[in-house]
Design a protein around this ligand. Sequence first.
Ligand SMILES: [Zn+2]
Length: 340
Amino acid sequence: MKNIVIFDEYNELDLKPSELLEQYIQMTEEDVQSLLVKSPSLKECSCPGCGASKAQEAFKKLGMQFKECLECQTLYVSPRPDEETLSYYYNESPSRKFWQEKLFKATEQKRKEKIFKPRCEWILDSTQEFLSGAKHWVDVHTSQYGYIDEMLETPFFEKKTLLNPYLNGENIKSDSTVSVLRDKGWGAKLENQVDVVSLFEVLDHTSDVENIFENIGKMLKPSGLCFITAILSSGFDIQVLWGRSESLYPPDRLNVFSVEGLKKLFERCGFECIEFSTPGILDLEIVEKVANDNPDFELSRFTRGLINNKDENVKRAFQEFLQVNLLSSYGRILIRKKDN
Ligand SMILES: [Zn+2]
């Protein structure tokens, strides 16, 4: 299995102007309370990674309970809302509208350069390596509208489809060659027609992950590829910060898989893993920022020593150690549908 160490992460602070971000966080708190915490659709679930039911309570965020699986250490929100409730939240809530209209626009150019471009290059390079005859690329459920332009500019694929119930027509130019499918029964509609699927930070906020993989499996041809990015619970900053982590908010992070949990999920859903990398570059920096902002937060003596170390080479070497050993919290994964 490949393990790529590259610098493919963006600096969150660069991409999120702080005043707008504060407003967004406040709006999110209100929406999560009114639309999710009080939703009658909330249901307990077992671990979305390995499927085990034994878990312990980890912490609460915005009134929702995160649990830690005792088998694979995946973190997940349970009880959780169903897909329909989430779909309403992502389409209609004031906070998400604010995200699309204000925050996203303010950072669109940087996102294109730092996030979308490297991801499209990854898809292109790996598809040429593993499935050179691929023709049809489907992106599943992105909430990032800037994606469309990058999809358009990526050569090689004859057909490109954005599968997206969250997308309204305004963002698509009428002469675009990327088609949009909003159909709920997408797995059956595109059955055995697709070579490549991209699933970028989507598993993190999917209520029923087995269902999404069932549909992806249906849609992909045998040996078809699926490109995934996700935040990982086994990553350094999540392990250190735990409930203090600013990356873990519902519903964007309903599932925070461990490396082990994701591998078990792929196995169960009929996929083999051909690349698993954690090319994150910010773990230590994120811990340092939270520690500086919260003087009452107790770090272990070792971690405190690490972030106070004056030799930048030590910090760089530590982050590289995290990358090489799949211990960073940003995961980049390529899986392939098994032939039978
Ligand atoms: Zn588990």
